[in-house]
Design a protein around this ligand. Structure first.
Ligand code: NAP
Length: 509
């Protein structure tokens, strides 16, 4: 399928008249064909208009049709074949195996939501029967269900060019909820975005969905993204990216005459607690597994283990030495964009230049735009005193915090910001410690895991990929898994409606 560099609006390809944008090959830095025309404000207006027009029609289609539409998107993405994989590998610098796996995750996610739509449980239909004899007043017949919020703006993530991009988790869950989607392509993978966008656009046509059900816009001026969030026809936002981007959108959304929810997934350092029993029993094995986890995909995962917490002592020293040895064997990998690489280098340089931080080891040095893994250590007291050490360094870097004792470790957990994950490595005699820490851990993170690392986020009904601010803008939500659909729904109750006027799913309750 030719990549044309056009926006996809209302079933048509529309050449954007704003600045020309080009993708670049992540490994060579070479600009790639074609040039993409940035969307204009008129393009944005048309996409919002069509999405608003499509909403009632789309959300009222039978659930079986909505599910078949999601499956058609999945089939169309698979049908793109190698062209999609090759373009995505070139634009992202990610390894082919990873990109193929991500395509599997993306289509699996679409089919997973199709299944949820077909079953209909997400509508949460409920009825309170009327009681005509209740005194002093009759109780009315009340029935409720969830409906979609309205058109959703989706900001594609740089670090998942398929699974959290144009037809990724946010889009799949919004479409499943009955909401049209306007996706803003990430400038790091423009061609990948267009190919996937065309797969969605084709599914809209093949399934006879209203043309405004989906649109894809390109832009790097920031005007279109900000205009989308500010537009009164947009009713919710899904975002994965930087804290500055997420909070900028939260501000715009809150300042609208009618504020809307922004579901932004932003910044997390994903603490890993090494408890004494685990350290005594298997510090070498944990170190080897940690080195693999922190360097996976050049560390460009929101769940990357960036902070190790443990009580100082010979066992922790053994872990540090083993982790540094394992890390030294690991190659640098190409990062997603020159900008992300630059931020990583700056973050690592800041750690290396911090007088209270000790460098424990580095991975193999890389070439242009490759992130060299790095491991550092700091005392608990210095970590508590210097809040810059609490910031995410997006990439394959981590900081070991040597706590004076368990009380200091607990105090640090109490002070750190909200997290997507906290991992606990436990062994003999640690169960009581975990029990005591659990209420605090639950307040700090959206997912707690034992004897593993947070990378590798299962798409399933019980998954929570969310957490208190700033890991996400709204800790009541998850952006991965079945509950992700809830972000784009709201309840409506129908009181004393005659059966023939009720929505069909509320009639026979
Ligand atoms: P980003 O800079 O936040 O960009 C994400 C998307 O939002 C892009 O489409 C971008 O547009 C848009 N955007 C950002 N700020 C905006 C603003 N103020 N107004 C309008 N649009 C805005 O994220 P990124 O490019 O993926 O990566 C940059 C940094 O984000 C990384 O170095 C890393 O620190 C962090 N990050 C974190 C995670 C995580 O999961 N924790 C994931 C990815 C990135 P443009 O394309 O025009 O810039």
């Amino acid at each position: 399928m030719p990549i044309t560099g056009e926006n996809l609006i209302g079933g048509q390809s529309v050449r954007g008249a704003n600045a020309q944008i080009r993708a670049s090959d992540a490994n060579t830095g070479q600009a790639m064909e074609p040039a993409f025309g940035g969307a204009t404000e008129a393009d944005l207006d048309r996409a919002c208009d069509l999405a608003a027009q499509a909403f009632d029609d789309y959300r009222n289609r039978p659930l079986a049709e909505r599910a078949a539409f999601l499956e058609a998107i999945a089939d169309n993405i698979v049908a793109l074949g190698d062209e999609l994989i090759e373009r995505c590998v070139a634009e992202s610098g990610l390894l082919r195996g990873r990109v193929e796996g991500e395509r599997g995750r993306t289509v699996g996610q679409l089919r997973f939501f199709a299944d949820i739509v077909r079953k209909g449980d997400f509508l949460r239909t409920v009825k309170d029967a009327a009681d005509e004899d209740r005194k002093p007043a009759r109780r009315p017949d009340l029935r409720a269900r969830m409906i979609g919020l309205g058109p959703v703006a989706v900001f594609a993530a740089s670090n998942f060019p398929l699974a959290f991009s144009v037809a990724g988790g946010d889009t799949a869950s919004a479409l499943a909820a009955g909401c049209p989607v306007i996706a803003k392509a990430h400038s790091a993978h423009l061609g990948t975005s267009e190919l996937v966008g065309r797969a969605v656009q084709k599914a809209v046509a093949d399934c006879g969905m209203p043309v405004g059900t989906f649109a894809l816009l390109f832009d790097t001026s920031r005007k279109i993204g900000q205009g989308l969030v500010a537009d009164p026809r947009i009713k919710a936002v899904g975002f994965t990216g930087s804290r500055s981007g997420g909070t900028a959108f939260m501000k715009i959304a809150q300042e609208r005459p009618v504020p809307i929810p922004v579901y932004a997934e932003m910044s997390s350092i994903n603490p890993v607690l090494l408890l004494p029993g685990a350290l005594a029993e298997r510090s070498d094995a944990i170190a080897a597994a940690f080195a693999q986890s922190v360097t996976l995909g050049s560390g460009q995962f929101c769940t990357n283990p960036g902070l190790i917490l443990a009580v100082a002592g010979p066992e922790l020293e053994r872990f540090e030495a083993a982790a540094a040895t394992a890390l030294a064997q690991i190659d640098a990998q190409t990062m997603l964009t020159p900008g992300i690489h630059k931020s990583y280098e700056e973050g690592v340089a800041a750690l290396a230049g911090n007088a209270s931080v000790q460098e424990l080891g580095r991975g193999k040095a890389g070439q242009r735009c490759q992130g060299q893994p790095a491991l550092f250590a700091v005392s608990g007291a210095d970590f508590r005193a210097d809040k810059t050490l609490h910031d995410e360094v997006f990439g394959a870097a981590a900081l070991v915090v040597r706590c004076r004792d368990e009380a200091e470790l607990t105090a640090i957990l109490d002070e750190i910001e909200g997290q997507l994950t906290i991992a606990l490595h436990i062994g003999s005699g640690d169960a009581e410690r975990v029990r005591a820490l659990l209420p605090l851990l639950e307040r700090r993170a959206g997912r707690l895991l034992v004897n593993g690392f947070g990378t590798g986020v299962e798409v399933s009904k019980a998954m929570v990929h969310g957490g208190p601010f700033p890991s996400t803008s709204d800790g009541r939500s998850t952006s991965v898994g079945g509950m992700a659909i809830d972000r784009f729904l709201r309840p409506v109750a129908y009181q004393d409606f005659p059966a023939e006027l009720l929505p069909s799913e509320l009639r026979d309750l």
